[in-house]
Design a binder for this molecule. Sequence first.
Ligand SMILES: Cc1cc2nc3c(=O)[nH]c(=O)nc-3n(C[C@H](O)[C@H](O)[C@H](O)COP(=O)(O)OP(=O)(O)OC[C@H]3O[C@@H](n4cnc5c(N)ncnc54)[C@H](O)[C@@H]3O)c2cc1C
Length: 510
Amino acid sequence: MILDAEIKAQLAQYLQLMEGDVLLKVSAGSDDVSRDMLALVDELASLSPNIKIEHAQLPRTPSFSVNRIGEDTGVTFAGIPLGHEFTSLVLALLQVSGRAPKVDQKLMDQIKSMKGEYHFESYISLSCHNCPDVVQALNVMSILNPGITHTMIDGATFKEEVESKEIMAVPTVFLNGEPFGSGRMTLEEILAKMGNAPDASELSDKDPFDVLIVGGGPAGASAAIYAARKGLRTGIVAERFGGQVMDTLGIENFISVKYTEGPKLVASLEEHVKEYGIDVMNSQRAKRMEKKDLIEVQLENGAVLKSKTVILSTGARWRNIGVPGEAEFKNKGVAYCPHCDGPLFEGKHVAVIGGGNSGVEAAIDLAGIAKHVTVLEFMPELKADAVLQERLYSLPNVTVLKNVQTKEITGTDKVDGISYMDRGTGEEHHIELQGVFVQIGLVPNTDWICETVECTRFGEIIVDKHGATNIPGVFAAGDCTDSAYKQIIISMGSGATAALGAFDYLIRNG
Ligand SMILES: Cc1cc2nc3c(=O)[nH]c(=O)nc-3n(C[C@H](O)[C@H](O)[C@H](O)COP(=O)(O)OP(=O)(O)OC[C@H]3O[C@@H](n4cnc5c(N)ncnc54)[C@H](O)[C@@H]3O)c2cc1C
């Protein structure tokens, strides 16, 4: 039995929502993964009379495709979609059976009207929490448009393919055999990358907002809900709705919820925001702001949005180490997300740069997958919590190097080592390894705005107790500000403060 009793019971309930028959075409061999895949599809068929199975020869073995009766949809799973991809499998079954995907009608129409042949392949790992979004978006596209196909490929099952394509980060997507993109991508982002983004004039033609929020993380979402509940005309422009929470696995300190996961929390935020008719302009990046009669925010696609007040909530991103080799080998051995990319380094030697909580957590995580992990810390002592350090030092395959400065990440077409200097002796050393995880904290996403609003020397926007910046009508919230601590609940609180500050400002200034 490949599914445990509890999951089977849940699955049986979901499968009752199927609206028609689905044909699984299964390509199996005599290997262990094929045996487990056959067990999985047999269990699925035993749970719903709507699921039929046919044996077939598909381009990859083991794999299976999910089809309507008499019509291939192009949705294929190569490997076994368990782990984080289990939801992708369930959604594919429901959507192929006829259940409408939970996607804006506008986007669905856009996908249906696309002309041409698009064959997507996404390489994933089953422990990657960024991958299901991409897999599910590509599956939806494949289900809605007969010219689009998508195969999800589990890197652990198709190791040779992953090695030959030199894939060192997941998800990595190929379109018609050519690299298309890597990392988390929403459906809108994929469509925008294919040249289907809303054009600038469509955005510039919008009426002015009362409150325009730049950034769609917890701070922006909270600000939007507070503003809309005051009856204000509210818009959010965000490069990626959800922000850092999309990259977060387990969350245990979102008070009143004992445990949740990033993407789940983002889905709730989105649902809550949509409840109030807030205009969410996703996959759009702001590049300039200017105060005239109204405040104007210019986007990278050239559109200009106007608003009486603006709340900046652009959050933060991973800090780069800035040594030679980092940029060259990004996704070729240099990685930032251990949960996502760790499995690609199974049995290999890796380094983690940074000995704070995130670095040490990453090293502990990676030690369970990689052959050996070297932690490089600049300071004479690790900065991580004592409990994490204790766990780290108990692991047999971890070496901790303190008081060292990373000098270079070396390689030819991919990472083959790291050079560092012992800060005590000044001696330089080189270690041969295949992966480097950079875990040295975050920087605020304010490069574009600190010439306009007042920031600290660290690039954090300076706000007062109302969330106001030095420019009247411009407020800021969350990780992009000089708030002492950066957490989800703190960002949400400051988003609420900024929205109430903006409301007060509008009352006084019309
Ligand atoms: C791996 C990880 C794990 C974490 N775990 C936890 C945890 O367990 N508990 C906890 O409380 N906190 C955790 N945090 C911290 C928490 O995620 C942040 O404090 C919180 O997300 C900050 O919210 P924010 O809205 O200020 O910014 P962000 O979440 O960074 O959101 C910023 C938003 O602004 C957008 N944006 C940026 N620049 C632009 C631009 N120029 N134009 C338009 N949009 C733009 C982004 O796309 C995004 O939508 C974690 C962070 C990370 C990275």
